[in-house]
Design a protein around this ligand. Structure first.
Ligand code: AP5
Length: 195
């Protein structure tokens, strides 16, 4: 089983690259942002609770997202590997993910972090906000808040995986295909090392 985390700030291209990676490597894509937006669209209790945090650019509580991921892992026992996108976002989530995977006799193979400058990120998200319908993309103040949350709460997750020698940075600016090539090279190298 090959489990990958695509890491990086809001707008760094995690979702865009995930679509291509799923096609190439057959991994099961788990995006906590998409799962939470699905709950909001269905107007579930969980969705209504999550919306309050997401609209303000804040993180949804750890217990909620860890529960969602645990359920997904149970529902997809046949998966040949998982691609985590937007999770883990706190050190507590990373520790919980390690435990969830250990219980299933597997682990994270690689964490790839997309590096993109803040002004490029703002431009991408403001542009996406014109058509995406995402409430957290339409207000630049909320976008900036998401970056602050990323710096304070999510960036420390990198250290967790650096200690385990699983962390690698990838230049996330340039063409989508060019970045995909760099990501694929890193994955193929890690797969070879494991053989
Ligand atoms: P989430 O849905 O995860 O959003 P995000 O991390 O803010 O990331 P985005 O989806 O905005 O960006 P992305 O990196 O996927 O980039 P994309 O490919 O879309 O989370 C939303 C909210 O949910 C959070 O704020 C939080 O409240 C909650 N949440 C989610 N997970 C949570 C968790 N684990 N714990 C707690 N709360 C959680 O690209 C962005 C744009 O750029 C697109 O328009 C794209 O077309 C464009 N683009 C992509 N690549 C390029 C390129 N190379 N050049 C130019 N443009 C590009």
């Amino acid at each position: 089983m090959f489990n990958l985390i695509l890491f990086g700030p809001p707008g760094s291209g995690k979702g865009t690259q995930s679509d291509k990676l799923v096609e190439k490597y057959g991994l099961l894509h788990l995006s906590t942002g998409n799962l939470l937006r699905g709950e909001i669209a269905c107007e579930t209790t969980l969705g209504n609770e999550a919306k309050n945090f997401m609209d303000k650019g804040q993180l949804v509580p750890d217990s909620v997202v860890i529960g969602i991921i645990g359920n997904c892992l149970d529902q997809h026992k046949e998966a040949k590997g998982f691609l985590f996108d937007g999770f883990p976002r706190t050190v507590a989530q990373a520790v919980a993910l390690d435990k969830l995977l250990e219980l299933r006799n597997t682990s994270i193979a690689l964490v790839l972090a997309l590096e993109v400058g803040e002004e490029e990120l703002v431009n991408r998200l403001v542009n996406r906000g014109k058509t995406s319908g995402r409430s957290d993309d339409t207000d630049e103040a909320v976008i900036r808040k998401r970056f602050a949350v990323y710096e304070n709460e999510t960036a420390p997750v990198a250290g967790h995986y650096q200690k385990a020698h699983k962390f690698q940075s990838i230049k996330g600016e340039g063409t989508v295909d060019g970045i995909f090539e760099l990501i694929s090279e890193a994955i193929d190298k890690r797969i070879e090392q494991k053989v």
